[in-house]
Design a protein around this ligand. Structure first.
Ligand SMILES: [Zn+2]
Length: 447
């Protein structure tokens, strides 16, 4: 499998991604950018310093001036690029993956991230040509961005009352900086797994896996905190625990952040993805916002954000804010949720339980050969075209009165991925059986 992927470069260190390759990525990214100034940062991984040193060398040898911001969460790298008006940024990060992995996220001006189509493909092409060192000599400046980022994130936030928070940074790069932010806002902060440690001694830095939240859940209850916050390894993603130690589903967290943001910006657009719950759309409308649906994927959400939205969110726990140059920021997402809690008389569990309720399925995979999967989606779209509301921007999604379903071709496996949702159990079962049957029949009928 290639390390040049849909939204980043990622592989096992040093077998797939090492200093030598990182140097070439530096040269390739420099050629892609042309000339100018680029920020480089890294997360807490043990292989970070080697990869950072070499990508910086590749950039400098190509005549690029580099701002080295050291170990930071990914949103602080985006902030540096956007706020300083730089030409691009490179973040050495393995995000939420196990310790043997590392990777690179690349962005251009205004912290717009590169996807495979918008630039990673070019970088891959140049790397594979084994580029020689251009032997130029860009300069490097070491900058500590922490205080500027902390000031930026806190400047428009005012908590109505102090909130007691437990933060589990998963020993990633978001711990110290987020702790500083919440203390500055007047919160009482209890830290677990806060120190950066690329061995990830307690758990993988991935809040989407339930088992990684157990320690945080217990701590929230033990110290009677109002909320628990879990960041992934580079803090571009966030998950939440309520005061009872229960996990808040990401759809609910997004809906609460929407309520908070729309309070001061009625009539604004909010970007949600085809996979998000109908509840999210209900909340956007009820809070005076305009829902805009997007394909799944970082670059699609970021592109739609630039069309004048105030907020965007993914069911994976990424939140994008117009106030923060449209990049995704787990730390800013958590600040916005804590702000809501501070303004409310209610507890987080109550706020979450008051949201409209739907039954949502897990992703259900049905095996389908790669050469067939897109045809199946296409012929289902044709078959369903007269149903109530059909959305084909990403797979085929059909929205009915009291339910919806979606069928998408998997990006990584020979499979179709189904998800459905309904207002009540009878409809939930009916629609689930319906779409599973339709998909299986369609796979058989396409030869
Ligand atoms: Zn991440």
């Amino acid at each position: 499998m290639t390390i040049f992927r849909a939204y980043d470069i990622r592989g096992i260190y040093p077998e797939q991604l090492n200093g030598e390759l990182s140097y070439k990525i530096g040269i390739a990214f420099a050629r892609f950018i042309g000339k100018g100034k680029i920020a480089v940062g890294m997360d807490a991984r043990l292989s970070g310093p080697d990869l950072k040193k070499n990508i910086i060398k590749g950039l400098r040898d190509s005549g690029i001036n580099v701002i080295d911001i050291g170990m930071v969460p990914t949103p602080a790298l985006y902030f540096t690029v956007a706020s300083m008006g730089l030409d691009g940024g490179a973040m050495i990060t393995g995000s939420h993956n196990p310790k043997k992995y590392n990777g690179v996220k690349l962005c251009v001006k205004n912290a717009v991230c590169l996807s495979y189509e918008t630039g990673i493909n070019e970088v891959e092409k140049i790397v594979k040509e084994s580029p020689q060192s251009p032997q130029m000599d860009g300069n490097v400046e070491v900058v500590d961005i922490e205080d500027d980022y902390v000031d930026f994130v806190t400047k428009n936030v005012k908590l109505e009352k102090p909130i007691k928070i437990v933060i589990d940074a998963g020993n990633g790069s978001g711990g110290n900086i987020s702790s500083k932010i919440f203390k500055k806002l007047g919160c009482e902060v209890i830290e677990i797994n806060n120190n950066p440690d690329g061995n990830f001694p307690k758990h993988h830095p991935d809040p989407s896996e339930r088992k990684n939240l157990a320690e945080l859940q217990a701590k929230v209850k033990e110290v009677n905190a109002n909320v628990g916050i879990a960041y992934d390894g580079d803090a571009d993603r966030v998950g939440f625990i309520d005061e009872n130690g229960e996990v808040i589903p990401n759809n609910n967290a997004f809906a609460l952040i929407i309520e908070n943001v729309l309070r001061d910006s009625k009539g604004s657009k909010i970007i949600h993805e085809v996979l998000s719950s109908k509840m999210v759309e209900d909340v956007i409308k009820a809070s005076g916002g305009v829902p805009v649906i997007s394909r799944v994927g970082h670059s699609y959400i970021q592109e739609k954000m630039s069309e004048g939205a105030v907020l965007g969110g993914e069911t994976s726990g990424h939140y994008y804010f117009a106030e923060s140059y449209n990049y995704d920021d787990g730390i800013f997402g958590s600040v916005k949720l804590i702000e809501l809690i501070s303004k409310s008389e209610k507890k987080l569990s109550e706020l979450s339980n008051e949201l409209p309720k739907y039954m949502t399925s897990d992703d259900t995979r049905i095996h389908c050969p790669d050469e067939k999967k897109f045809d199946v989606v296409k012929s289902l779209a044709e078959k369903f075209k007269n149903m109530e509301e059909v959305i084909t921007i990403d797979g085929v999604k059909v929205v009915l009165d009291n339910s919806w379903f979606i069928v998408r071709a998997s990006n990584t496996q020979p499979a179709l991925v189904l998800r459905w949702e309904a207002k009540d159990r009878t409809e939930f079962e009916r629609i689930g059986n319906f779409i599973k049957n339709e998909v299986e029949n369609e796979i058989k009928s396409i030869s």
